[in-house]
Design a protein. Structure first.
Lengths: 113, 114
């Protein structure tokens, strides 16, 4: 079945550092790809998405590009802030499976001032 | 626009007891999901409703878990009897359409089984 693999955390960075969180996927069809964020004490929020190969999703300074050839959707940000500290989940959804979301295990990001 | 509402936010029960969670999706959203998020893992789908019909319950442990969505609006998820391994956050999400679009998540119910 479909699956998502994320780099393990926690990832600890200083403010203004460059962020990369790796995400690769396995899917039989042509899934849509997502990054969700979970801030402390809050619910999951959609951060960005891409629905087809070579699409770039972006939001709040975060970016990720749908790479079909490497089955990847890595999350990047040029300069992180303390307020970016959260858990980040990579996910996919496949129309063939009712568009349910399949999540990775999540990566904890801690940003120090 | 009001978001997805869930209650209770926290629940502590002993093993073999029963528990129920409630979800009120965003008004007009046709599709409703229940996910289980065990500590340190990503959410896993338990059941998906489209209006008041079940689309996918393949990962629902049907010997102890049950869910319903009356009139295609609110939904309840029940566990009876609970086991220690059911300790998790139970997330409800809803989506406007039936074939695509963003899922909106509620704050979740944190269940601790002792």
């Amino acid at each position: 079945g479909d699956s998502v693999t994320q780099m393990e955390g926690p990832v600890t960075l200083s403010e203004e550092a460059f962020l990369t969180i790796n995400c690769t996927y396995t899917a039989t069809g042509y899934p849509s790809l997502f990054w969700y964020v979970q801030y402390p004490g809050e619910g999951l929020q959609l951060l960005l998405k891409a629905t087809k190969a070579d699409d770039k999703g972006s939001n709040k300074g975060f970016e990720a590009t749908y790479r079909k050839e490497t089955t990847s959707f890595h999350l990047e940000k040029g300069s992180v802030q303390v307020s970016d500290s959260a858990v980040y989940f990579c996910a996919l959804s496949d129309k063939e499976y009712g568009n349910k979301l399949v999540f990775g295990a999540g990566t904890i990001l801690r940003v120090k001032s | 626009e009001a978001g997805v509402a869930q209650s209770p936010r926290y629940k502590i029960i002993e093993k073999r007891q029963s528990v129920a969670f409630w979800c009120n999706p965003i008004s007009g959203h046709a599709t409703l999901y229940w996910y289980q998020q065990i500590l340190g893992q990503g959410p896993k789908l338990l059941i998906q409703f489209q209006n008041n019909g079940v689309v996918d319950d393949s990962q629902l442990p049907k010997d102890r878990f049950s869910a319903e969505r009356l009139k295609g609006v609110d939904s309840t998820l029940k566990i009876q009897p609970a086991k220690l391994e059911d300790s998790a956050v139970y997330l409800c999400a809803s989506r406007l359409g039936t074939s695509g679009g963003e899922q909106y998540f509620g704050p979740g119910t944190r269940l601790t089984v002792t």
